[in-house]
Ligand binder design. Structure first.
Ligand code: PBG
Length: 344
């Protein structure tokens, strides 16, 4: 009689494929590449300005000349695209600089496209950085009577805001933007922008819609970076409730109908299920995830304490976002990650 083995006879041993780094890389299902990343830049007036954002270590408000330098670094690292946010010289109720020919985003777009014609310049189209009240649209407000007496005072007016967003998008397009990215969560935003762009002979420019944008606490550091916090109230009458996913599918469906070329989910980490759902439902469209400021700063803060390893944590997060179904990731880690991937 043969002796009984002390361990069970295992046919399936998944560990066989994890034994060496080479084997592990052969069976790796998700690959991060520098061209997966879009790097956000905060552009401000001035010359030679690099104003660090304390809540986002490693990120700064940059004057146009410095933004060009960062875009050049991106190009060297294999990153194909930057996303521009502007900090205007003056704020007012409408946000006039937002659609001015010499507005800060328009200047930065021209300068980056001049220095790096191949760089894909995406421009954020919203009102909150430009309005003195910090809201993403025109408010129902007036001295004596409200423009819409049946609506609450301070309500973000949808259709009035769409008209401004059209002007902003056209001025970005004229400056040379490659992709228009509306982030304000107004109803009918994509349809309205598509019509306006086409009318001004920009039918060739794609719209990257922030289709599913939640009213999230993870935007906290960004509001310092872009100086765009609402002076009162919040954004819950237009950004989505974090509890909802059916509504996310409705938002995405509308944007697809209206002609969106990319669908974005924002933030990323608490919404990986939403990314996955969109990926499955809209197999024909590129899905973008915004790994937002708070998601970045959490890692930075923990790493500064020595509680997490920054590099492996950041790469794990980016891999997770991609595995969930994102084709592209907007991330403040873009330059670092591209460098880490090169070194790996
Ligand atoms: C608004 C906008 C926000 C972000 C990008 N565009 C802030 C908000 O909606 O309040 C957040 C990005 C981030 O947190 O990194 N135009």
């Amino acid at each position: 009689m043969a002796e009984q083995p002390t361990t069970p006879q295992l046919t399936n041993r998944p560990r066989r494929l994890r034994r060496t780094p080479a084997l592990r890389s052969m069976v790796r299902e998700t690959q991060l590449r520098p061209e997966d990343f879009i790097y956000p830049l905060f552009v401000a007036h001035g010359q030679g300005v690099r104003h660090p954002i304390s809540s986002m270590p490693g990120v700064a408000q940059l004057s146009v000349d410095q933004a060009v330098i960062e875009a050049e670094r991106c190009a060297e690292l294999g990153i194909k695209s930057v996303l521009l946010f502007g900090i205007p010289a003056h704020k007012d109720p409408v946000g006039l600089e937002n659609f001015a020919d010499d507005g800060i985003v328009q200047q930065a777009t021209r300068a980056i496209k001049h220095a790096l014609p191949e760089m894909v310049v995406v421009t954020d189209v919203c009102l909150c950085e430009y309005t003195d009240h910090g809201h993403c649209g025109i408010l129902n407000a007036g001295n004596d009577t409200l423009p819409h007496p049946n609506m609450e005072e301070g309500y973000v007016l949808n259709d009035e805001t769409l008209a401004i967003l059209n002007d902003v998008a056209i001025s970005h397009a004229r400056a040379g933007a490659d992709i228009i990215a509306p982030s304000g969560m107004m109803d009918g935003m994509v349809a309205s922008l598509r019509v306006a762009l086409d009318e001004y002979d920009f039918a060739h420019l794609p719209i990257m819609s922030y289709a599913v944008k939640y009213a999230s606490s993870f935007y906290g550091p960004f509001r310092e970076a872009a100086d765009g916090a609402p002076k009162f109230g919040d954004r819950k009458t237009h950004q989505m409730d974090p509890a909802n996913v059916r509504e996310a599918m409705r938002e995405a469906a509308l944007d697809v109908e209206e002609g969106a070329d990319f669908l974005m989910v924002k933030p990323a980490l608490a919404y990986l299920d939403v990314i996955q759902r969109l990926r499955q439902e809209y197999a024909q469209l590129p899905i973008v995830a915004y790994n937002v400021s708070g998601e970045y700063s959490m890692v930075k803060a923990a790493a500064a304490q020595g509680w997490l390893d920054e590099r492996s944590t950041a790469l794990e997060i980016l891999t997770g976002i991609k595995r969930a179904g994102a084709d592209l990731i907007i991330t403040y880690f873009a330059q670092d990650a591209a460098q880490w991937l090169r070194a790996a």
